[in-house]
Ligand binder design. Structure first.
Ligand SMILES: [Zn+2]
Length: 451
């Protein structure tokens, strides 16, 4: 497991958590300690790692300049081998009763080899109420025992105990923190990798260091760390989610087909998370944040089609989405589609076009004729009574969509549906002449405009 292989053993290799590190380093510099420390934070935020480094450094005979343990002296060696006489690590999930805890505290009481004795309680919220009371008594005594509690459930630690601890609330790492870590592992292991593939891994594992590292290891067995292999290992179908969003404004049946496909591959919560990620990134891109490679091209399509409507869809998804029910997920899609049809989403898009059409009409009679031939104009649509308007808007959006260029995404995601579904899938609305090879070039941004 990479989680263990790449677990930091000094402050320098712990990514993020700068505030907590600074305070711990200050304690070590003064070499004076409080009797109890509490590290709280969600799954895999580095609580136990930081607690261990702190403990190991307290015991170290020859600390480094940044107050990290040297990892070379006899104390550090014993610590790393897990047999330091002054250090006990206790998984509170295994046995949480009072007697066990009392026994551990007592056993260190009579240990005289080291100056400080440290007990680290992992998952400390699991300790029984009586066991927690043992600590309260212990903390009232003058002693050279240092207690370190690590917990994912801060609220389950009694207030009386919390208030006697120096507390650290550790926050989740940023996407960048975890990406850097994966990148470092790839470089160290000599893996071939794409940065955007690493980002996908990080997002698919909810920014958890340990989960992301394990997933990376799993993918490395498949070959290079690229989107293709990441897709196989993480069941994250980013392109399909984007295609779903793009189709949603004008082609409900295609959108629902994609939704069915996605539901068969990912859980609903993850689909919603990706919808949010993609909408966020579309908005970020339109305000100048840069993305790279294929993902950037896909976001560009989103930006082109939705512009400011991305905010509105985001707002809707945030206020309405249910995280784990297929029927409700589909209902959400139907409602979003309906909102597009009756102009409740992205009305600006149609209004702008309407303005443009008015200008064109006044400019020349030719364009008027064209729009007469090409079906209803926006002005006509707006004049229709409610109930008749929806079909006209759908038709209109579809015709605008045909004029717009890129249906290659639909073709591409069609490939992912597998042989059985391929025969049954709905006919594509508009096929372009572009070959798969050329399409790849478009996505990579290397296709010459003239070709
Ligand atoms: Zn040392």
């Amino acid at each position: 497991m990479y989680g263990i292989e790449y677990r930091p053993v000094d402050f320098g290799t712990v990514l993020g958590l700068d505030d907590a590190k600074e305070i711990l380093q200050a304690y070590l510099r003064q070499d004076q300690y409080d009797p109890a420390y509490l590290f709280a934070g969600s799954h895999a935020t580095g609580k136990t790692t930081l607690g261990r480094i702190f403990a190991s450094s307290i015991l170290c005979e020859n600390r480094k300049e940044d107050m990290s343990p040297c990892n070379e002296c006899s104390s550090c060696k014993q610590f790393l081998q897990g047999n330091h006489p002054g250090y006990i690590e206790y998984d509170s999930a295994l046995s949480s009763n009072k007697e066990n805890v009392q026994r551990i505290v007592d056993s260190l009481q009579y240990e005289i080899v080291t100056r400080y004795k440290i007990i680290l309680f992992d998952e400390a919220h699991n300790l029984s109420k009586e066991a927690k009371e043992v600590f309260l008594k212990q903390l009232e005594k003058e002693s050279n025992i240092i207690l370190i509690f690590c917990t994912t459930e801060y609220d389950k630690m009694p207030e009386t105990l919390r208030s006697r601890c120096i507390q650290f609330q550790l926050h989740e790492p940023t996407e960048q923190n975890v990406c850097h870590k994966l990148e470092a592992i790839c470089k160290h292991k000599g893996f071939e990798y794409e940065s955007e593939a690493l980002t996908t891994i990080v997002r698919a594992t909810g920014r958890h260091y340990r989960d992301a590292e394990n997933r990376l290891r799993q993918i490395s067995f498949l070959g290079p760390i690229n989107q293709e292999n990441v897709k196989k290992a993480t069941s994250v179908y980013v392109e399909e989610v984007i295609a779903l969003l793009l189709n949603l404004s004008y082609d409900l049946s295609k959108a629902l087909q994609l939704a069915d496909f996605l539901v068969s591959k990912m859980n609903i919560k993850m689909i919603y998370n990706w919808i949010l990620c993609i909408l966020n990134d579309t908005i970020k891109r339109s305000s100048g944040v840069s993305f790279s490679g294929r993902y950037d091209e896909l976001l560009k399509m989103m930006q082109k089609q939705y512009s400011s409507a991305a905010y509105e869809i985001l707002d809707y998804v945030l206020s309405r989405s249910r995280l784990n029910d297929i029927t409700l997920f589909q209902s959400d899609l139907l409602i979003i589609h309906y909102k597009f049809l009756c102009d409740a989403l992205a009305p600006k898009e149609l209004k702008d076009l309407s303005k443009k059409e008015n200008l064109d009409e006044s400019k020349s009679d030719d364009s008027k004729n064209e729009s007469d031939q090409g079906g209803k104009s926006i002005k006509d649509i707006h004049a229709l009574p409610r109930g008749h308007r929806e079909d006209a808007v759908r038709e209109y959006r579809l015709s605008r969509r045909k004029e717009g260029t890129d249906d290659t995404l639909n073709e591409r995601v069609g490939e992912a549906w597998g042989p059985e579904e391929k025969g049954e899938k709905a006919p594509l609305i508009h096929r372009t002449e572009i070959s798969r090879k050329e399409f790849r070039k478009v996505l990579e941004g290397t296709l010459d405009d003239k070709t």
